[in-house]
Design a protein around this ligand. Structure first.
Ligand code: AMP
Length: 172
């Protein structure tokens, strides 16, 4: 199954900046069977666990987090770029593989003690998801696992996320 999904990830050299091999997930998204397989794999991994919410990271994380939350019958918490969320937020600044950024989450998104899965498309350096996990913890909630379609193992993001279980479907 994993080999089939991996065949649908397109490698784009030097995008968005020279030296980055961008993993383009759109061929996988275009393929209904593959998209279903990816969501089904996530859902079967987390079904039956005591989870309160799925946390999705803007923007490609939303593609996988929303159907996962739907399948699990639990809520979706969006983590967004600055200035997008209308209510009071927690904010964390972090560094990307290219550039730096800030992420925000609504202060009332998670109750203290809630258990969540944090979802994004690609684990690269781990900076983005580490910031997302920090936001979850600022709310007093706990990260049960961080889940990704793709993991770029040579960037050692998993080490940066050593505090949390990490799951990925395709590794490079
Ligand atoms: P990082 O914080 O370094 O783990 O970067 C993860 C975020 O950047 C994810 O939201 C990815 O969507 C995006 N990203 C980083 N590197 C790549 C890459 N080589 N190909 C596709 N997306 C990437």
């Amino acid at each position: 199954m994993t080999a089939h999904l991996a065949d649908l990830i397109r490698n784009i050299p030097d995008f968005p900046v020279p030296g980055i091999q961008f993993k383009d997930i759109t061929p996988l998204l275009q393929n209904g069977e593959a998209l279903k397989q990816a969501i089904d794999a996530l859902a079967s991994r987390y079904e039956g666990r005591a989870l309160d919410a799925v946390v999705g990271i803007e923007s490609r994380g939303f593609i996988f987090s929303a159907p996962l939350a739907y399948r699990l019958g639990i809520g979706l918490i969006p983590i967004r770029k600055p200035g997008k969320l209308p209510w009071e937020t927690f904010a964390v600044e972090y560094e990307l593989e290219y550039g730096s950024n800030k992420l925000e989450m609504h202060r009332d998104a998670l109750r203290p003690g809630a258990r969540v899965i944090v979802v994004d498309d690609v684990l690269a350096t781990g900076g983005t998801v580490a910031a997302a996990c920090q936001l979850v913890e600022m709310a007093g909630a706990a990260v049960e696992e961080a889940a990704f379609l793709i993991e770029l193992t040579f960037l050692h993001g998993r080490e940066r996320l050593a505090k949390y279980p990490v799951f990925s479907m395709i590794q490079y």
